[in-house]
Design a protein around this ligand. Structure first.
Ligand SMILES: NC(=O)C1=CN([C@@H]2O[C@H](COP(=O)(O)OP(=O)(O)OC[C@H]3O[C@@H](n4cnc5c(N)ncnc54)[C@H](OP(=O)(O)O)[C@@H]3O)[C@@H](O)[C@H]2O)[C@H](O)CC1
Ligand SMILES: [K+]
Length: 508
């Protein structure tokens, strides 16, 4: 699914109206209808009590007026407060006329701000995607008043005061909504941690926007959902054998961190790899062989860390990092691996696929001269702190996305920035935000599981690099969601994610 800029969203509206030959108020009616339907499923008229709709002068306010009418007709007690303006949009005026006389309407002024009881339900329709500057003056006063009222706020399309697609001053006055009911496509702002307190839970409503425009819109921002990855995993042919799905090598573990190697290996096996060999320090032999009998195991001459790179010929992909530690000898192994992997393989003509995680990323961060050795399409899976070590501290979430994109382009690699809405950056500068996963996955070992799964998918000869990573990120999150459905988010551990990789992959 695409993510569009505010300007493109406006073009999308126009394209829909022209293509479908409908008046623009019809599109507003669809949006208001979708909002009212969501509202009615979340609040009974009794639970909502007297509901206040705050309306601005544009089409977001027009949506609010239409919502007030529809909810009034559905039996809700409604009142409306209008922000004064020199000019209101045509569709606003249309819906102002259609508002039943029985709904009380007040004009807002600094002296008469709407009275809001604690716990009251308020629908925020002040500003939407047409916001052109941070709120100031009366609009800012109204929003600050709303934010201190301890109301239950549901935003129409986007919380008022929030830019849909761009950074804004840190002290901007923005509605703090519990829910945001948005139309058509997710807004970039919803996917950034810095906006979570404004957006609350967001819900997407289909309003029949032009599929033709959506398919052809030029954007570097994408949202990976179930439809995106459907069919990405080729069916296993009847006459396949274990060689068909690749032989992966995992370099992982050190004393006290063998669990990372075990979890990562488990995920790789559940990710459908044909064969897995793990190269681990001597101390981990019994632990690893007992807990992962399906994998083969090579032990390093060092007991506590990895100091040797095995012969790479047998392998179709290599993962390095989980539980690795940062010994000087392990750094040398990483250096040798990067050099060896950069030669094109006989079979594919491509460099050996690599997945680099955890301490291997930290080693890259502390020895940045190694970055230029990264073979094309290498997969890096940093969390924001690890990413910062590879680049620089980000000013805000938008700046971090900029750094991420630049890094992926400069080093021609696939960078998976982990977090809620994990973001995959590609060498061509696209950003793909993931839709699956939950806060239960913020637990030790979760990243090791992702590395193992990505390793399995990169070893698969029939899945191109980018598709493999996008699929792996999606399936990892989905496995976490399936796991949390059983354990709850609090009780979820990384092993639960491993156990649900199979079901997650069979869904796609
Ligand atoms: N496809 C869809 O998503 C649909 C969306 N709909 C709804 O329409 C809004 C977008 O409506 P639009 O009229 O473009 O914009 P807004 O309602 O957000 O606001 C525009 C007015 O607000 C003024 N403005 C902008 N910034 C400020 C500010 N900081 N302070 C005060 N006033 C501001 C602006 O005037 P200017 O001064 O900038 O000229 C406009 O008067 C979308 O979010 C949806 O809710 C459709 O209903 C259906 C399809
Ligand atoms: K709004």
């Amino acid at each position: 699914m695409h993510i569009l800029s505010a300007a493109q969203t406006h073009e999308l509206d126009q394209a829909t109206i022209e293509e479908q030959g409908i008046p623009s108020v019809e599109l507003m009616e669809r949006a208001a209808g979708a909002f009212a339907e969501w509202f009615a499923r979340h609040f009974t008229p009794h639970a909502a009590g007297e509901t206040l709709v705050l309306c601005g002068p544009g089409n977001n306010g027009g949506d609010g007026l239409a919502v007030a009418r529809l909810l009034y007709q559905a039996g809700y007690a409604m009142r409306v407060a209008l922000l004064p303006a020199d000019k209101q949009s045509a569709d606003w005026q249309h819906n102002r006329r259609r508002l039943p006389k029985a709904v009380p309407v007040a004009e807002i002024s600094a002296e008469s701000l709407p009275h809001i009881m604690p716990g009251a339900v308020v629908i925020d329709a002040l500003f939407g995607t047409g916001l052109t500057r941070p709120l100031a003056g009366l609009p800012a006063t109204v929003v600050a008043h709303l934010n201190t009222a301890a109301a239950r706020v549901v935003a129409v399309d986007i919380p008022s005061g929030l830019f849909a697609d761009a950074p804004q001053p840190a002290d901007s006055i923005i509605v703090r909504a519990q829910h945001t009911v948005s139309f058509g496509l997710p807004k970039l702002a919803f996917l950034l941690p810095q906006n979570a307190a404004f957006v609350g839970q967001w819900h997407l409503k289909e309003i029949g926007l032009s599929p033709h425009f959506l398919a052809n819109a030029a954007t570097d921002w994408h949202y990976t959902d179930a439809a995106t990855v459907a069919g990405a995993l080729p069916p296993r042919p009847k006459f396949s054998h274990k060689g068909t799905f690749g032989h992966a090598l995992l370099l992982a573990g050190s004393r006290g961190k063998m669990g990372a190697a075990v979890l990562s290996a488990g995920a790789c096996l559940r990710g459908g790899v044909g064969l897995l060999t793990a190269h681990i320090p001597g101390c981990g032999y019994d632990i690893f062989q007992i807990s992962q009998p399906e994998a083969m195991c090579l032990t390093d001459t060092q007991a506590d860390f990895i100091s040797e790179l095995p012969e790479l010929k047998p392998y179709q992909a290599v993962g390095i990092g989980p539980g690795l530690g940062q010994e000087a000898a392990s750094l040398e192994v990483l250096r040798q691996l990067l050099k060896a992997a950069d030669k094109p393989l006989e079979k594919t003509g491509q460099p050996l696929p690599l997945v680099i995680d955890a301490d291997a990323l930290n080693l890259l961060g502390s020895h940045r001269e190694l970055l230029k050795l990264l073979p094309e399409n290498t997969v890096l899976t940093p969390h924001p702190k690890e990413f910062e070590r590879l680049t620089e501290p980000a000013r805000d979430d938008y700046h971090r996305l900029e750094l991420l994109r630049d890094f992926a382009i400069q080093y021609r690699c696939l960078v998976v920035l982990k977090g809620a809405y994990t973001c995959l950056a590609t060498p061509t500068g696209e950003l793909h935000f993931n839709s699956t996963g939950n806060a239960g996955m913020a637990t030790g070992g979760s990243g090791d599981v992702l590395t193992g799964l990505l390793l399995a998918l990169r070893a698969h000869a029939q899945i191109p690099a980018f598709e493999a990573v996008r699929l792996g990120v999606y399936a990892h999150g989905r496995a976490g969601d399936l796991g949390a459905a059983q354990t709850g988010q609090v009780g979820l551990v990384a092993g639960d994610i491993v156990r649900h990789i199979g079901p997650a992959l069979s869904e796609v």
